[in-house]
Design a protein around this ligand. Structure first.
Ligand code: TXA
Ligand code: MG
Length: 355
């Protein structure tokens, strides 16, 4: 069904009252709102409304066994939804609001459409002035997955979210670019295992909680580890329409490898790596300076969306360093590329033959 969408453009640091009021009214009315957060855009509804949360699954095309993250104003609100150990509350007081989602046992107060019928619940306190104002005004928790159609890259700019959801939800808030451009980290506080690496790094978890989280194959993005531990991880994710391959070899060889595919390939990488392809006719998307990992990760999802609008038959993306926020970016790239990576010319030829 076609819905009339009102788009509000805001300054994400100082959102207008008009936009906050419109979003708050929609949430209270059981409607959906697309909004910016510091990580990526979210598509949210009143977490206590079963009907509104069901609508999120329909609009996104999301599998019904993939639960939603509940966004809260602060610790006090989190304690009403889930059961926390005291030592974890102390750690969360240091890091919230921020890009860390935690899984705890639920109190049974949320509808099944939010938890997908699990005993646990995912809770996050976002550091985004707009959605904090809405949560304060409505006094409601907001269930919100990332604002993308299922399997597609997440929205890191208002225009991405508008592209996905105009005509499908009544209110879209365009707050420009998200700060991080990658989703929150999902940490199961019961097992102290990272289910999804994200904007809150492993190093930051260790610092805040005083111990190292368990990483394992699930956090690395392994397919076989995608079990019921985190329902969402078994589905296709973050994928452009065009085939995407991750380049894991030495960047000095990129021109020699991609030159043969001029006209067919697009390369996504650091400014310096893109410069190596100048004059080769290979189309490039620059993510930013090589030394600025955060900036490059920030533009990653946008580059995957851009790849789909280019007149090429596949994309190649340079891998990220495997620590800090690069660790999270590699988790996304493994999924976006359907685990297709290569190190040399032969490797790429094999991949291209199969598309
Ligand atoms: O940064 C973010 O986290 C964004 C913004 C909007 O807050 N949200 C987001 O939501 O990325 P979503 O739905 O795209 O990813 C949530 C992940 C999914 O993989 C889901 O399976 C997992 O969290 N999850 C939710 N509840 C869970 C639970 N009870 N147990 C295990 N995993 C859970
Ligand atoms: Mg998502």
């Amino acid at each position: 069904m076609k819905v009339k969408t009102q788009v509000y453009r805001i300054d994400s640091g100082k959102p207008s009252e008009k936009a906050v009021n419109a979003a708050s009214e929609a949430i209270i009315d059981g409607k959906l709102v697309v909004f910016p957060t510091e990580t990526v855009y979210g598509i949210g509804a009143n977490a206590f409304s079963d009907a509104a949360c069901r609508e999120i699954y329909i609009v996104k095309g999301r599998a019904p066994d993939n639960p939603l993250i509940v966004h809260v104003y602060g610790i006090e609100e989190a304690l009403r939804l889930g059961r926390f150990r005291n030592r974890d509350i102390c750690a969360l007081e240091k890091v919230w609001p921020g890009p860390l989602t935690v899984i705890v046992n639920g109190r049974g107060v949320l509808p099944d459409s939010v938890t997908a019928g699990l005993d646990s619940v995912a809770i996050r306190c976002p550091d985004s002035s707009f959605i904090r104002k809405v949560m304060k005004k409505t006094a409601l928790p907001i269930a919100a997955p990332s604002a993308n159609i299922s399997t597609k890259p997440s929205s890191t700019k208002g225009e991405h979210a508008i592209g996905y959801f105009k005509g499908k939800v009544p209110v879209i808030i365009d707050g420009g670019e998200s700060d991080y451009g990658i989703e929150s980290t999902v940490l199961d506080l019961r097992s102290f295992r990272v289910l999804r690496p994200g904007a809150f790094t492993v190093e930051q978890i260790e610092h805040a909680f005083g111990r190292k989280p368990i990483l394992g194959r699930l956090a690395e993005g392994s397919r076989s580890a995608a079990t019921m531990i985190s329902p969402g991880t078994k589905y296709r994710h973050y994928s452009p329409e065009k085939p995407l391959f991750v380049y894991e070899g030495g960047i000095g060889s990129i021109n020699g490898i991609l030159g043969k595919f001029a006209g067919r390939a697009a390369f996504i990488g650091s400014d310096e790596s893109c410069r190596l392809l100048r004059g080769s006719q290979v189309k490039t998307i620059s993510l930013g300076p090589s030394r600025s990992i955060r900036k490059r990760v920030h533009r990653m999802f946008g580059s995957l969306i851009e790849l789909d609008s280019m007149d090429v038959s596949f994309g190649v993306i340079e891998s990220f360093p495997k620590d800090g926020i690069g660790y999270a970016a590699m988790n996304r790239l493994k999924k976006a590329s359907d685990h297709r990576s290569f190190k040399d010319s032969e490797g790429l030829q094999k991949l291209v033959r199969n598309i």
